[in-house]
Design a protein around this ligand. Structure first.
Ligand code: SF4
Length: 275
């Protein structure tokens, strides 16, 4: 007859007389951030880190650990998104500047719906600087904050004509003072219109992914950019933003990231979060 599992427990081992057992030294079983990790199963996927039986990649603590993850992120996302590029439609630096100003608090898809009409009506700074505000407002209305954006577009065009011979300047110091232009917009223009890697564009996707991957704990975009820059080769900065943005839009969603099909899951300390 089979023995019941509820009976009295038997000793696992018998200590020999005269011997002393060494105190067990607990091993640190936490894997390094880049060590291969057991695949999550349907059973463990979606559990909070505290609920998982198997350890996951811990947050990188040292610069070397962050560097190792950064290298993997760049490598794998470059392979995953070989066509990653700026998704704001444009033909020149002026159009990209207008589109980027309009993209504040708005999707690229929505911006791309209004810019063809805007660029057809006002193709250069000279024509946009004299535009009736109500006309620009009507064109950009669906991008939100349309009065402020129309005012910034016209003000930006006037500043280009007045201070830069109608050309978009190529330095961050000249771009940032333009109406509607901050450091993020300036980085977009320099990286995408001129191929100048002056900084890293930190938008909402880049902020979220950089934190989830453990590359930074900075709360604001300027601090995040400062921490990311030394981790990635300068020539990759513009591309890196596109890669993180593409991954954020397609896999690492703000709510319910699709970690089960993420190429970074084995090195990501946030894998399995609900968002
Ligand atoms: S999708 Fe999941 S595993 Fe991938 S980067 Fe985002 S949080 Fe990490």
């Amino acid at each position: 007859m089979a023995r019941s599992g509820n009976g009295p427990r038997q000793p696992l081992s018998v200590k020999k007389p005269g011997t002393t057992r060494k105190a067990a030294v607990p091993k640190d079983t936490t894997p390094s951030p880049t060590a291969p990790r057991p695949r999550r199963t349907a059973k463990t996927f979606g559990q909070k880190p505290s609920q998982r039986a198997a350890p996951v990649a811990r947050s990188p603590k040292t610069k070397a650990e962050k560097q190792a993850i950064a290298t993997i992120v760049l490598e794998r996302l470059t392979a995953e998104y070989p066509d990653a590029h700026c998704e704001l439609d444009h033909h020149n630096a002026f159009e990209l500047l207008c589109a980027t100003i309009l993209s504040a608090q708005c999707t690229d898809v929505r911006v791309n719906m209004v810019t063809p009409q805007l660029f057809a009506r006002f193709p250069d700074p000279g024509s946009l600087q004299d535009a009736p505000p109500e006309e620009v407002e009507a064109i950009v209305r669906t991008t939100g904050f349309y009065r402020a954006k129309a005012k910034n577009l016209i003000g930006m065009a006037r500043a280009l004509v007045r201070d830069h011979h109608g050309e978009v300047p190529r330095t961050i110091g000249e771009l940032v003072p333009l109406p509607g232009v901050g450091r993020k917009t300036a980085n977009v223009i320099l990286g995408n219109a001129f191929g100048i890697n002056e900084g890293i564009v930190v938008d909402t996707h880049v902020q979220r992914l950089a934190r989830r991957l453990g590359l930074t704990r900075e709360p604001d975009p300027v601090g995040i950019e400062r921490e990311l820059m030394p981790l990635f080769p300068r020539e990759s900065w513009a591309l890196l933003s596109h890669l993180l943005i593409w991954h954020g839009r397609r896999v690492c969603f703000a709510r319910k990231p699709a970690c089960d099909r993420c190429v970074l899951a084995d090195v990501c300390p946030s894998a399995g979060i609900d968002g």
